[in-house]
Structures are given as structure tokens and as C-alpha cells.
Design a protein around this ligand. Structure first.
Ligand code: COA
Length: 173
């Protein structure tokens, strides 16, 4: 069970971080619609115009057994907006997990991805995962800087010069 918590981001706004729920589907779709074409490309490493509903539903259904899903929410006129997310998908042997994170442009650069990724890493450690890795486009310097700051090693992906592999050991103190 993931503990939810509140944070104040660097510009003073309040954000709530909690586990993703099945009922978040509609808000997640709205968050996807708000992403720029560039942000979508950086997140999915290819041009994505439409959300893949089958994949989104399978992902939501896989939590918490086969992965960790976190969202950051902020108050909005119609309730809440999802302004960030961080997920980790477990490998079949549950030794490693693959992360992905996205933060809404309106909440960029105020420490939200740092907070989400820190919570994701803590939870993956608590669940006994040994490593966390993520595939990031070489051009995505903000994400690579963030990964390095969090302690990930960054290495070229064999056979694909456009991709970097970020890896973090979770089983050392
Ligand atoms: C990459 C991405 C997740 C970063 O999210 P973010 O919330 O803006 O990241 P943070 O705010 O935690 O960190 C960004 C910058 O703010 C700075 N910052 C954040 N909080 C800070 C604080 N409290 N004090 C000082 N600096 C701070 C960081 O140093 C960092 O600066 P740098 O990139 O110049 O080194 C976001 O841009 C994004 O969603 N991109 C599109 C999708 C994507 O690329 N996802 C990654 C693929 S998995």
C-alpha cells in the first residue's frame, strides 16, 4: 500500500502524490491531451498522436501487483488535474523494473519529476526490486540530468545511438 503525501513545489503550489487508481483513466487521458507533441515524443520515443487505450487499461490493471504507478494531482476547477506521473513496470522475475515519468508543462522545472521519481525509487526498494532502468532518448537532456542527479548511471544502448539506458541499483544501502 503506497502512502499518499502532499508536497509544496518550488514555486509554492501544493501537489498531492498518491498511487494511480483505475478511476484515473479519464484524467490520465486529459493529461495526455495536454502534452505537447514534443513531450509525447520524448515520453514514448516515437510520434504518438492518439492514446493507446488498450495499453493504458492493461497498465492500470497491472498495478500494484506487477508494477508501481504514482500520480501527482493538483486542484482544478472540475476537481483535480493529473499534473505528473511516474510508473515502474516489473520484469517477469521481479528483479528489475522499467520506469517512465511525465510532468505537465505547467508544472515543469519545479521539482515535481524529482519528487515523483524519488517516491517511485523508495517504493521499488520497499517492494524488493534490485534494479530500476529506463530508456531515454539521447536528446532528452532534462531527463538524463534528472536521472544522473538521482544516482542512475547513463550508458549508450547497444545498437541504437539515439537511446540511453539509465540504471539504478536498488539493493545497495
Ligand atoms: C523530463 C521531465 C520528466 C522533467 O520533469 P520536471 O518536473 O520538470 O523535473 P524537475 O523539476 O524535477 O527537474 C527539472 C529542473 O528543475 C530544477 N529543479 C527542480 N527543483 C529544484 C529545486 N528545488 N531547486 C533547484 N532546482 C530545482 C532541476 O535542477 C532541474 O534542472 P536541470 O534540468 O536544468 O538540471 C519533464 O520535462 C517531462 O515530462 N518531459 C517529457 C516527457 C519525458 O521526457 N519523460 C522522460 C522519459 S521516461
Amino acid at each position: 500500500m503506497i502512502e499518499s503525501f502532499d508536497i509544496t513545489v518550488r514555486d509554492g503550489r501544493a501537489v498531492h502524490i498518491r498511487a494511480i487508481r483505475l478511476e484515473d483513466e479519464a484524467e490520465l487521458l486529459q493529461a495526455f491531451e495536454r502534452l505537447s507533441a514534443e513531450a509525447r515524443y520524448l515520453r514514448f520515443m516515437r510520434v504518438v498522436r492518439e492514446p493507446n487505450m488498450e495499453r493504458l487499461r492493461a497498465l492500470l490493471a497491472s498495478f500494484p501487483k506487477d508494477g508501481i504507478g504514482l500520480v501527482a494531482t493538483a486542484p482544478a476547477t472540475d476537481g483535480i488535474d493529473i499534473v505528473g506521473s511516474a510508473i515502474a513496470v516489473f520484469s517477469a522475475d521481479r528483479a528489475s523494473c522499467e520506469f517512465a515519468t511525465t510532468v505537465a508543462a505547467a508544472f515543469g522545472g519545479v521539482g515535481l519529476a524529482t519528487a515523483l521519481m524519488t517516491a517511485l525509487i523508495d517504493e521499488a526498494r520497499r517492494r524488493g526490486l534490485k534494479t530500476m532502468e529506463g530508456f531515454v532518448l539521447a536528446e532528452n537532456q532534462p531527463m538524463l540530468r534528472l536521472a544522473r542527479r538521482l544516482g542512475f548511471s547513463v550508458a549508450p544502448e547497444l545498437g541504437d545511438a539515439t537511446v540511453r539506458v539509465c540504471r539504478l541499483r536498488l539493493d545497495n544501502p
